[in-house]
Design a protein around this ligand. Structure first.
Ligand SMILES: [Zn+2]
Length: 231
């Protein structure tokens, strides 16, 4: 069962088409895997449309009552405002999605991933050891979006981040000291959190990072190539 969902403010911003492409892909892909957030976004979209109709846009920027919760702390707000500061994605409308997923072949495995990725998966994979990544072309200053694949029994050395790190698990599993994750889990970490994700059976993730990784154990010089691969 999916335990980690995007913050309500992100769902709301997505409904209002205010997110940069990197994050808008993440929310759309999570919603394709999570019925709960999908219906939340639909509700926000309807509310935004109604408000726009009634007030002709005047009240669109008011946050609905249920869009905030008590767990907002400064770090989260700061992270959200960094995300919001990026330019908004150009919306590409799907007329009638024929199929809700798109196929991706990597290392002789065929993955069915949410259709939102279809325009972004024509790039080459690059690999170091058990880790491979496909960089997307999102053109958002320091923000980088990629698919990350880790082979069975692979691990990312313990690290933290200067900015934020978003991981959306698409297939397989991985775990870190905070727990074990299933496809659909949306994990956003700020610079204060250290972790070293490991996978037993392998995994495919979508990641968004706005700064390089900072390794907290081992010789960072040796780890730099993997850091560059991931970022
Ligand atoms: Zn969700």
């Amino acid at each position: 069962m999916i335990k980690h969902h995007p913050h309500t403010d992100l769902l709301l911003a997505h409904a209002k088409a205010e997110l940069p492409l990197s994050m808008s892909i993440a929310i759309a892909a999570h919603c394709a895997l999570c019925h709960e957030c999908q219906s939340q976004v639909s509700q926000f979209t309807e509310q935004a449309a109604e408000l726009a109709f009634v007030a002709q846009g005047d009240t669109l920027d008011q946050t609905p009552m249920n869009a905030t919760d008590s767990s907002q702390d400064d770090a989260l707000q700061q992270m959200l405002s960094q995300i919001m500061a990026l330019p908004e994605a150009t919306q590409t409308e799907d007329d009638y999605p024929v199929k809700s997923t798109v196929s991706l072949n990597h290392k002789n495995v065929r993955y069915e991933i949410p259709r939102v990725f279809r325009q972004h998966i024509a790039h080459p994979w690059q690999q170091i050891g058990k880790v491979s990544r496909m960089r997307f072309n999102v053109d958002e200053n320091n923000t980088r979006a990629s698919l990350l694949h880790i082979d069975a029994l692979g691990e990312i050395p313990q690290h933290t981040h200067k900015g934020y790190e978003l991981t959306l698990l698409l297939a397989g599993e991985f775990s870190d000291l905070h727990g074990q994750y299933v496809p659909g889990d949306f994990i956003i970490l700020d610079g204060k959190t250290q972790h070293s994700p490991k996978t037993q059976s392998g995994c495919l993730c979508y990641t968004v990072l706005d700064a390089p990784l900072y390794f907290t154990k081992g010789l960072s010089k040796l780890l730099n190539p993997i850091g560059e691969l991931i970022y």
